[in-house]
Design a protein around this ligand. Structure first.
Ligand code: NAD
Length: 486
């Protein structure tokens, strides 16, 4: 059986890489290739940027309603191809088919629909100076935008960047992760079917270096939106900063989940299971440090460990599976190293920590890990400070609200926090003191696309989502009109 080939989209055509090179794409549940993707080089990026530049004048001048209609057609096609895309996302990344079908692929479609609506309904800014003058603000698209995305939620995060960039009148060169290229390539094909003008959306597959690096260095790409690891974000900043590019960085996390003394555990437990282990813990917003009021410690850990032991790890395509495969053997090894480190640091592995024993036969070469709960580690140790990005959660105790906030804030990251309490005053007070882009109270992963999204500290720079995205992808000119002579 011939394996599918995932090609670049350049100037409205699906193309092989100029050098004719390919890279195998691996199904991490089987440990076997399931396709191959174009292995591009600097020349492919340069061609894609050229085509985006050529398309910019017409696309940026088109009425918002025209651009919105293109985005909506693409959203409809994503919905029509939902099952195919979900299956491919699961095979490419290791996530459960259920996660892709119910959450991620529908969300990719809603990214396009949301920003189509946003640009049709956005209003402008005007600042009156009474009889003296009137100011109004023009917002114009910035040109060619480079959209660089990671492997954990491939199509969901790729479209989170592409949709607002296109809706506001920019043209795009997108670079999906080389580890999960499949659905981005299908998106390219669907954009042709949706009737996007040539060159408006371009997609180039390949490695961070050279493809991502060239996109960041290219003098004709003035805007970069990046989601990925903090160290990659630092490298991109070092290049883009001196070139005065506009940069949005959505980076790593080490997110706290705070369980106060009055938390309703019946309500909290199912959500905390999700926040800990959804997508094998490979979501930047997953809670990896659970901080529990000491009066509830035993009750919480008993319930949490029991529920964790009950999770089914296995074939991602099986509807009964809770936890699929880790994205790659390399990433599995990195997460396993953190579990070894936790033991060396004196942590107690309350459950998990190894390879599951009851995997189906066809998954025996896959990258699987048991969901793991670690107890007894101090705040300062590496296990509690560094991003692990897997199904691994560490539980710590606290005595006061002040201590809980100090612990929540006491890491280099500040992306997301989830706080469980029935005391309204305490909830608002603590939320206002936590250094985090999002604080969820009595919930997790409730996302409204209108809200600002981004991180504090090493979790990122800038905000996207809603109006923040409309501003990020446009350049403002204040026009000041004198109303009086002299
Ligand atoms: P990564 O940084 O290794 O790669 C991300 C993307 O950057 C890939 O497309 C990669 O090819 C590209 N890249 C690598 N080097 C580059 C360079 N020098 N110049 C330009 N591009 C380059 O990240 P990853 O391992 O794919 O993803 C996991 C990380 O992403 C985790 O740290 C996770 O927390 C983070 N993440 C953050 C968010 C958020 O919204 N804050 C969301 C999802 C994932």
């Amino acid at each position: 059986m011939t394996m599918p080939s995932y090609r670049n989209l350049i100037n409205g055509e699906m193309r092989d890489a100029l050098d004719g090179h390919w890279r195998d794409t691996i199904n991490p549940a089987l440990g076997q290739p399931h396709g191959r993707a174009a292995e591009s080089s600097v020349g492919d990026v340069d061609l894609a940027v050229r085509s985006a530049l050529d398309a910019f004048t017409e696309w940026s001048a088109a009425p918002a309603a025209y651009r919105a209609a293109c985005l909506r057609r693409l959203a409809d096609l994503i919905d029509e191809n939902g099952e195919r895309l979900s299956r491919l996302e699961s095979i490419d990344q290791g996530k459960t088919l259920r996660q892709a079908l119910e959450i991620e692929i529908p969300r990719a479609a809603s990214n396009f629909r949301f920003f189509a609506g946003a640009v049709e309904h956005v209003s402008g800014e005007m600042h009156s100076m009474g009889n003296a003058a009137l100011n109004y603000t023009l917002r114009r698209p910035r040109g060619v935008v480079g959209c660089i995305s990671p492997w954990n939620l491939p199509l969901y995060l790729f479209t989170w960047k592409i949709a607002p960039a296109l809706a506001t009148g920019n043209t795009v060169v997108g670079k999906p992760s080389e580890i999960t290229p499949a659905t981005a390539s299908i998106l390219g094909e669907l954009s042709i079917e949706a009737g996007f003008p040539r060159g408006v959306l371009n997609i180039v597959h390949g490695c961070g270096d050279p493809v991502g690096r060239r996109l960041v260095e290219h003098p004709d790409v003035g805007t970069i939106t990046f989601t990925g690891g903090t160290s990659t974000g630092a490298a991109i900043s070092a290049t883009a900063g001196p070139m005065f590019k506009r940069l949005s960085l959505e980076l790593g996390g080490k997110n706290p989940v705070i369980i106060c003394e009055d938390a309703d555990l019946d309500r909290a437990m199912p959500q905390i299971m999700r926040s800990s282990f959804s997508n094998q813990g490979e979501i930047c917003l997953c809670g990896s440090r659970i901080l529990v009021h000491r009066s509830r410690m035993k009750e919480f850990t008993d319930r949490f460990v029991e529920m964790t032991r009950g999770l089914k790890v296995g074939d991602p395509l099986d509807p009964e599976t809770d936890i699929g495969a880790m994205v790659s053997k390399e990433h599995l090894e990195s997460v396993a190293n953190y579990i070894r480190l936790a033991r060396e640091e004196g942590g107690v592995i309350a459950c998990g920590g190894g390879r599951p024993t009851h995997l189906p036969e066809h998954c025996r070469d896959g990258s699987f890990l048991e969901p793991t709960v670690i107890l007894g580690l101090p705040q300062e140790c590496r296990t509690n400070q560094e991003e692990i990005f897997g199904p691994v959660v560490s539980v710590q105790g606290f005595d006061t609200n002040v201590e809980a906030v100090e612990r929540a804030n006491g890491v280099p990251y500040g992306l997301a926090c989830s706080l469980w309490t029935n005391d309204l005053t305490r909830a608002h007070r603590m939320a206002s003191r936590i250094d985090s882009g999002i604080v969820w109270i009595n919930c997790w992963m409730v996302r409204d696309l209108r809200t600002p999204f981004g991180g504090w500290k090493h979790s990122g720079v800038g905000r996207e989502g809603g109006e923040e995205a409309l501003k990020f992808f446009t350049e403002a000119t204040n026009v000041c009109v004198a109303l009086e002579d002299g």
